[in-house]
Write a protein that binds this ligand. Sequence first.
Ligand SMILES: [Zn+2]
Length: 376
Amino acid sequence: MRISGLCMFLLPALLCLNLQAQRPPKAIRHVVVIGVDGMSPDGIHQANTPHMDRLMREGAWTLHARSVTPSSSSPNWASIIMGADVEQHGIHSNDYERDDYILPPVVRGNADIFPTIFGEIHQQMPRAEIGAIYEWGGFGRLFEKEAVDYNQRASSEAAAAQLASDYIVAKRPTFCFVHLDHVDHAGHIAGHGTAKYYRSVERADSLIGQILEAIVRAGIADETLVLICADHGGKGHGHGGLTMAEMEVPLILYGPGVKKGYELPIPVFQYDHAATVAFALGVEAPMPGLAGHRAAPSKVLKCPPATMRWPLYSKGRSFFMVKKATSPQAACSGATPWCRSRTRSRAKSAIPSMAAPRDPGLRCTKKPFPSASRRW
Ligand SMILES: [Zn+2]
């Protein structure tokens, strides 16, 4: 039997065994997500980012996570907090409003929108302290306000970081989402790949450092998962299209139990993040069955066929994401990308190219959305 055939045959069994053994890490009691609007992998690569570099050295990361299409802010922030793709949550562009949209969500939660991780934590952990601090006001229409104890729009990136830091120290939140918008502004005004853009990434790094310091001051550093993400990259003065410069984004995970210096060897998508946060806190992700997450498939299939939306979290020394998994994409192309041996690199310079290798397994997915270059 060929190796790939062997993988295909054994994987479902391996997957089931892993699922039963996996439990959320007990040490995690807090999750802080810092979302930097428009921060591209190139930005991290080129700018001087000591804080993010440290988180990468001491955590797990990828600079090849992928945005949902179109690579605009609203669809991507929605996917990040909803754990779903555009065709599910329906937030297809920045023109979306709760009372003015084209595509309705396939499922409506309490706030009449697709359920988010804010609402899930609130419902499943009634005592949880939950905060949302965001520089871009549009973020506020994407989640259930009633699920959040501290809902604050910030007037600037500095204000967002300060509000978040004060909140973390004062309340030690179970879940805190911080959105910084200034890097996106730099991309639109000065242009992506310019010195001003890289300086804005350096400023984001400095603000991330400030929030990390607050986590330490709050006395919760040893039980906090930090997740750094971005909604999209950019090209020229905009984004919204399908180029890799627009579609590739970073993901950095840091905290107890996270594998150190570990470059994620698997495809990572925006809708993975909510499942990762949920796993870390021991709650169910938004609409797990719908997203192919771990709960519902057991009723339909003995083993879920894909790990695409599973938590990207490590347990002890073994990376939580099951490496030897197959996916519908792999199956339809004959490729088994997770059967390849892992690569590992600690230095950013080891990243061969900003353009991720083409994965033949992704070719048979749905057709892309039309490109729409927008201001946001
Ligand atoms: Zn954006």
